[in-house]
Structures are given as C-alpha cells and as structure tokens.
Design a protein around this ligand. Sequence first.
Ligand code: NAD
Length: 359
Amino acid sequence: MKLNICLIPGDGIGPEVMVQAVAVLEKTAQVFGFDLATTTALLGGAAIDATGGPLPQATIDACKVSDAVLLGAVGGPKWDNLEKSIRPERGLLGIRKALGLFANLRPATLFEELQHACLLRADIAAQGIDVLIVRELTGGAYFGEPKGEEVRGGERVAFNNMIYAEHEIERIARVGFEAAQRRGKRLCSVDKANVLDVSQLWREVVIRVSRDYPDVELSHMYVDNAAMQLVRAPSQFDVIVTENLFGDILSDEASVITGSIGMLPSASLGASGPGLYEPIHGSAPDIAGKDLANPLATILSVAMMLRHSLNMPEAAQAIENAVKGVLKAGYRTGDIMQDGATRVGCKEMGRLVAERIAK
Ligand code: NAD
C-alpha cells in the first residue's frame, strides 16, 4: 500500500514541527510496512511570498489528489498589514472550503504526566480529560443567510442567521457517532433546544440518526450547561457533537483547560476526499527558528490522520504510545516544562518519539 500525503509546512514554527512529524510518519511507515509518497505545497505567508496570493491553485490541486493533508501553521507579523483578501488566514479558510471540510474534530486530552499544566483544580484534573469535540464547520450563524445590516426605525440593526438543513445535521451527527464508535461509545449532542428552533430540529435529527448506531449511548446537553460541565467535571465526556458557533467556543474552552496548546491535534473532514490534519496552535512567531517549538501536536495530528483518513488504528496508537513514552521518560519542551524534567528542543523531541515507534 502506498499513501500519498500532501505536506503544507506554512509559516513560523510550521516548517520546524512538520519536519519532526514527517520523520515520525516515515518511521511508522517502516515499522508497519507501508509506502509513503509526499508532496509539499505552499499556503499562507510562504505562498504570498512565492506567488503573491495565500492559496495557489497548485496547492488545491496537490491536496485534492492526496489521501490526506498535513498542515503546520500559517501567518505571522510579516503579513499582518496586507489587505484582508490576501492575508494568510484567507489561505486556510480557502483550502478548507476547496476540500469541502464540514467536520472539525478536536480532542482535548490531558496526559497523565502533564496534569500540572491543567488549569483546573488538582482533584478534577486527577479524574482525567479525554474528550473529542466534533464541530460542524460550514453552517450555522457564521454562514447563514440572510445576514447583514440595515436601518430599522431610524437605527442600525445587524443580524446573522443560525440556520441548518436536515442533511447538514445528519452528516455531522454521523461523524460524531462514528467517532464515538472508535472511542468510548458515548456521544453527547450539545444544543439549545429549550430556546432555539434550529436546535429543536438539530435534536430531532440527531435522535433519528442514532437509530443507526445502537452501540453508541446518546445524551443531550444544553450549551450553557456543557460550558459549565467542561470545567466542573470534564471526565464525564467521551465525544461531543455540536453546531459551528457552540463548537467554536466549547472546543477552545476544552483545549485551554488542558494547559498545553503545543500538545493538541485536530482534523477536518469532508464527505469524501482527503481530510486535513493540523495542530491547533498558530505559527508562534515569537519562538520560530529557535528549535523551541513543541512538535507533539503535529505528531499527534499524524496519528489522527492514520486513524480517521487512512484506517490504520494500530499505527495511530503506536504514535500515541510513543508520545506517552517520551513524556513518561521525563522529556519536555519549554512550553510544558516542569521541575525535575529534562528540557529538549523541537528536533530532539521528534527524534525521541520516532525512536519509540514500535508494533
Ligand atoms: P500561537 O498559537 O501561534 O501562539 C500562542 C503562544 O503559544 C505563543 O507564546 C507561542 O510561542 C506558544 N506556542 C504555540 N504553539 C507552540 C508550540 N508548538 N510549542 C511551544 N509553544 C507554542 O497564537 P498567536 O500568537 O495568537 O498567533 C501567531 C500567528 O499564528 C498569527 O499570525 C495567527 O494569525 C496565526 N495562527 C494560525 C493558526 C493556524 O495556522 N491554524 C492558528 C492560530 C493562529
């Protein structure tokens, strides 16, 4: 079997963490006996410098013919003053759109060895955090029509529209149920069905879809309660599925409480075609080029890629085990440093993970 992966290193620490993630992927291919073909494409600031725009057509083409896309990070002060339409983030939004990515999967995991970094009380952290947030990415209030601003009764009013069609709810619900099947088999659908019509439809459709997944236990929670439960008792959650705006807020909340953005991967999936995998952090211009970046979020994004796009759960697990092994052995990059640990740079962290990949 040959996997064709499109690599988009991007800007800032993106290229540094990418090199380490690719080394880990290559070692995994060796150990698990699959072939790898990679192409490298430009996005964001690197693309602006080379071509004048943040998303060259060649990048879209390279992504579309690949089995999966691995992205570093884009953006940085160098491009901050450009006109909005050609800024690096436009490249990011553009590639998500071009690939039809409607589901965003963000695990928030608290590694046992990093409990000190958790922002919650020690007794809550000790119960563990291992939640996967599945967020709808292309609908809801961010894209709903009609939207805009007009004058009513002599004053300006502005409005957006949280609107979902049944098929949009159904397809994201299926992603949620399937993710739960691969994990703890519990799915919590988050909505505001006591107030919003759109949430009532959301809940009805999720319940209808649940009949196809009898092995998954479905529950429902209002979004205000979910925001509280994430800090009060996050260990109760396995997979959460929710709409775009609620998911935007809850996934950031869940990540920050783990205390280590350098550790968290993400995946964006479409109905067919390649998924896009990337760390949740940005290009960290403050530490770029200094061998200080934590490559583990990007390495764990490779694990997600193997699990969700390439159907190789054992290889994914091997990467996750290697990361745990390195943490257990006491190695830390600066962002997750603690007393008594051994401080390492980006390159050494990547090497330590790669050498631990085993069947
Ligand atoms: P950031 O995530 O880049 O950095 C926030 C802080 O976390 C910084 O102090 C940084 O040094 C640290 N940090 C981030 N990742 C780290 C890692 N892997 N290892 C160690 N430390 C790490 O967010 P920001 O500073 O708000 O944004 C910087 C640039 O990144 C901006 O141009 C922004 O637009 C862009 N950005 C891109 C993405 C993306 O590509 N998906 C996401 C967020 C921000």
